[in-house]
Write a protein that binds this ligand. Structure first.
Ligand code: GDD
Ligand code: MN
Length: 413
């Protein structure tokens, strides 16, 4: 055991999930020499697998590209202390680096954080549970050497398959792929195994790109947002797990659909149009949906407080409380969803409080605008209170959105 145990861990990159062009190490100001290949091994509770996989991967890569690669284990603070086991292997395997994440969680972001700390010109990922056969690595690397921007290990090309999956699991897997083809044909249609978690990509095809994944399927993100001109595929058989257990639950299916839709919005025609006119349509739609949820919250609280069958409090007092709770609801959702990318850059309670304060004031101003527009439209333009109200709501929503975009969730230094 070395004396400085914690010092030998990699620092966890923070901020947005962007892949930089140059190798990092900006903290020291020295640009460390780049290497050919960085392979990230995301782990969660893989104590019984980690030594074996590090050993096999090192053997394969030592032969193929001695000293020109690194293995980066990114562990999410596993309760079985996988990171500690990995760390204890560092003396024996000098190409091994270990990151222990304690703040963030999740497979996809683990992979990206690993890539952000990587020095390689080619960035790869492999599961830490030996379900991905390490021998395939050299074929994937050859694919890249022959000019591919992305090389994917696939279960659905020649030489590929799954070992002994049940009919149900096969069906679910295929069903997910078909769904992907429907929602996101331009991305999912480019690869025979879009669910693969075993692939490598040229840094140059990802640099400058900010990834924003949900759930497990990081390959979708890479193909959807990166600049993949040519893609190579290599067949592999997905082995059975011998140690530990899979972390896949039903939540991954929900995340997957969410991810498909988000990518569709981010890369589809809507996005192109939105860039052309300089208006963030996707964000505005989310803002609108959040606003709609606020209406329900407002109504429910108003009912609970003022209805004669419930608390029967005075109407105005009830409405003020209901409105404020709705504003709070909207703030939380907007902060976590609509403007997630911005709030991630500005974490911490005081920052969040500041945003909430601004949001509150802007919404109150929006309410006044709402009343004003309603009166103007009703009295001078369209003498129908409901149409006038719709117009007033639309204008107030755009105001709320735009001013909050510019003030509350503005990207500051
Ligand atoms: N750091 C980190 N954080 N690692 C994680 C997390 C997490 O939250 N969840 C899972 N992992 C690691 C596991 O330790 C393992 O090394 C790898 O990610 C894959 O997780 P499994 O739970 O074993 O997934 P699987 O075997 O069901 O799914 C695999 O096959 C899919 C193809 O159907 C994965 O490779 C998927 O990425 C792949 O898409
Ligand atoms: Mn697995």
């Amino acid at each position: 055991m070395s004396k400085n145990k914690t010092d030998s861990l990699l620092a966890v990159p923070c901020g947005s999930l962007q892949i930089s062009e140059l190798s990092p190490n900006t903290t020291t100001g020295v640009i460390s020499q780049s290497i050919q290949f960085s392979l990230v091994i995301p782990t969660y509770k893989e104590r019984d697998n980690i030594e074996k996989i590090v050993k096999i991967l090192s053997q394969v890569l030592d032969e193929f590209m001695p000293k020109d690669y690194e293995l980066i284990v990114v562990d999410d603070d596993s309760p079985d202390r996988t990171w500690e086991v990995a760390q204890s292997l560092m003396d024996e395997y000098p190409q091994l680096r270990v990151m222990r994440r304690q703040q963030e969680k999740g497979l996809s972001s683990a992979v990206i954080r690993g890539w952000q700390a990587a020095r390689g010109n080619v960035l790869g990922v492999i599961d830490g549970d030996l379900q991905h056969p390490p021998e395939v690595l050299t074929q994937l690397l050859r694919g890249i050497q022959q000019g591919a921007d992305l090389a994917v290990a696939s279960r659905n090309v020649e030489g590929g398959g799954v070992s002994s999956w049940s009919v149900v699991r096969r069906f679910l897997s295929r069903g997910a792929q078909v769904l992907g083809l429907i929602i996101l044909p331009g991305v999912v249609g480019r690869i025979s195994d879009p669910m693969s978690g075993y692939f490598m990509v040229r840094r140059s095809a990802l640099s400058g790109v900010t990834l924003n994944p949900v759930g497990y399927k990081i390959l979708l993100e890479v193909v959807g947002r990166g600049r993949m001109r040519s893609i190579a595929e290599v067949g592999y058989v997905f082995c059975e797990r011998k140690q530990g257990e899979s972390k896949v639950t039903w939540k991954q299916y929900v995340d997957y659909i969410h991810h498909l839709l988000r990518l569709r919005l981010a890369t589809g025609r809507v996005r192109q149009f939105s860039q052309k006119i300089g208006f963030p349509i996707g964000r505005f739609l989310r803002f609108g949906l959040v606003g709609l949820s606020g209406v329900f919250v407002d109504m429910a609280v108003l009912y609970l407080l003022s209805d004669p069958t419930t608390l029967a409090l005075p109407l105005t007092r009830s409405k003020i409380i209901a409105g404020e709770i709705a504003i709070f609801n909207n703030f939380l959702l907007n902060d976590a969803w609509t403007f997630a990318d911005v709030s991630m850059e500005q974490q911490g309670w005081s920052q969040r409080l500041k945003r909430f304060f601004k949001f509150n004031i802007i919404c109150l101003a929006g309410l006044m605008l709402n009343v004003l527009v309603l009166n103007l439209v009703f009295n001078f333009l369209i003498p129908n209170r409901y149409i006038a109200n719709l117009i007033a709501i639309a204008i107030a929503t755009i105001w709320n959105f735009w001013v909050n975009l510019k003030l509350s969730w503005r990207v500051t230094e």
